[in-house]
Structure formats: structure tokens, C-alpha cells
Design a protein around this ligand. Sequence first.
Ligand SMILES: *Cc1c(COP(=O)(O)O)cnc(C)c1O
Length: 354
Amino acid sequence: MKKHNFSAGPCILPQEVMRKAAEAVIELDGIGLSLIEISHRSTEFVAIMDRARSLVLELMGLENKGYQALFLQGGASMEFLMAAYNLLETKAGYVNTGAWSAKAIKEAKLFGEVIELASSEDKNFNYIPKGYTIPDDLDYLHLTSNNTIFGTQIKEFPKTNVSVVCDMSSDIFSRQMDFSQFDLIYAGAQKNMGPAGTTLVVVKEDILGKVSRQIPSMLDYKVHISKDSMFNTPPVFPVYVSMLTLQWLKDLGGIAAIEELNEKKARLIYSEIELNPLFKGFAAKEDRSNMNATFNLTDDSLKERFDAMWKEAGISGVNGHRSVGGYRASMYNALSLESVGTLVDVMSELERKA
Ligand SMILES: *Cc1c(COP(=O)(O)O)cnc(C)c1O
């Protein structure tokens, strides 16, 4: 039986996407060849790449607004350095909201001055800093929209005239927003879109080409744009599966429809965390993430019993990250309301029996 998969990443994908992807590995759309044994320059694969790129812009409402969608490699971790390589001439501002932001800051420092505008490290990143000043002379401001490990999420993005770069790895396509407030968005596929192996980059073309340094071809967004995201052999399988997931999302009604479901899932688990005296939430209430709910037991002696109960219920992947401890329920787009209901039932059963 399929488990209730709360894994933080790589993570759950829609079942029908998985079935189609499995079929395409054997034979792609009746062409007598496998997806993974045809040329990436074939008509079939070029159409897949084009479709994936245009679905991204369509779902985000960014068509004909000067943006390009790219499917690159190296993970979000590569974008930590690539963003700085392409955009950082003198100084950039970073908001440190957790382990991933800190890694982005470390890489950017190799390319110029990095100002940490705000940080929530004082409270082990359990909140989103607000009200910080953003200098006008930054090359860009870097934000992390959702902090996968700590379970916090930016609900309101700061208003600024400087370019905004955003790591959306763990909440991309999960909620509606004005995506045109960002000039560069990046996300590893493996948290809401597809298997590990490709990274989505959405970039506003007119911010590129302004730094004075030379950029190696593979790290240059302009080169990838000029080659329609096929400068070298792209990761064909992850791109194909991402395309299927994006199509699945579109057929469902787009980001608006999935946002409604994601809000229901989040309300269900957070109300249990609040009402059940055996649990306490980790993240500050106003900043808690609709994707990753972090929580702890109030009495650690119940751990063994609780762990046995959720395993028995067919639940997988709810152990917290080592830097937070406790539990983390990741509720990405493909996770059903029923799966969250199953976890909540186990939590309330623990209360009844304890
Ligand atoms: C997982 C994650 C990353 C790292 O992604 P890789 O693709 O493994 O490099 C970066 N940022 C955030 C917010 C993440 O959740």
C-alpha cells in the first residue's frame, strides 16, 4: 500500500505523473523509443522542453513580461553561486532566515560585498524578520520564501525598488503571488515539481549582462537563454516529469486551486498542534509555513509510542531535521488532505491514550 509521504525532499509527486513517467521510460508516446534513449535535439524532446518552459511562465502569470524559464542542473545550491556570479557587481543584501539562506550568503561572498540585512538566528530561525531597511544601492536583495528546515514562510514580501532574487525551492507553485515582483526565482525541482536533477530558474532578461566579470558559459544565464535551455544535454527525465507535474497542476485549476487545498491541509495540522496539549509548534504562528509544519512533543517520554503509532498508520517522513528536532510534516502540492487527516488522527489518538 502507498504510504502517506510527508518527506521534506525529494518528496511526493502526483500518482498519475509517476505512472506516465514510468511509461515514458519504456516508451514515449508510442514512438517506439524510450524518453531516456532519444536525442535531446529530437522533435519530441524539444517539444517537451518548450512545453515545460511555457507552462512555468503561464502558471506564474509571467508570459510576455520579459521573463525566461530555464531548466538547469546543480540544484538550488548551484544557484546560490550562479545568482551572485551573474548579478553581484559591488554589493547585495541577504536576509538570513535559516540554513539555506546562510549557504547562499557564503557563496555570494566570493563575488562581492554581502550585507546581512536581517537574521532570525537569535531564535534558531523560528520566525521571519520584518521591518528591516533595504538600501537603494544594492545590486539585489536575496530572500528565501520558505524555510524548509525550520517551517517558516514569508507571507508578505518587502516592497523595494532593488531587484529581488528569491529561493523558492520548497514552496514554488504552492501559493498565488505577484511573481513579477521578483527578477530572479530559482527552485530545485525535487520539492514541488519533479525528481532531483533539474533546477528551475525564472529570470527577467533585462537584469542580465550588467556585471563586469567574465562568466563561464555553463554559469551564464544569458548563454542558457540563447540556447533555449539546451546549451548542453539537459536532464531529460527530470525535465519531463516536471512538465507532467506542471500540466497536472494546470489541469487542476492552476496555483489558485492548489493554494486552496494547501491552506486546508495547513489549517488541519496547525489546529491540531494548537489544540492538542501533547504538541507544540516550533515556528512563530504568523510566519509558519503551509508547506513544512514543524512541531515537538511536550513530553519526550511519549516519543517511542507516537513514533510506533504513525508508522503503524502508514505514515512516512515526519522526523524533524536534526537542527530542530521533533517532527516536520511536509505537505507539498501532491500530498492529499486525507494524508494530513491520517496524521492528525494519530496525534489525537495519542492524546486520548496518553
Ligand atoms: C532543499 C533546498 C535547497 C537545496 O536544494 P538542492 O537542490 O539540494 O541544492 C535550497 N534552498 C531551499 C529553500 C531548499 O529547501
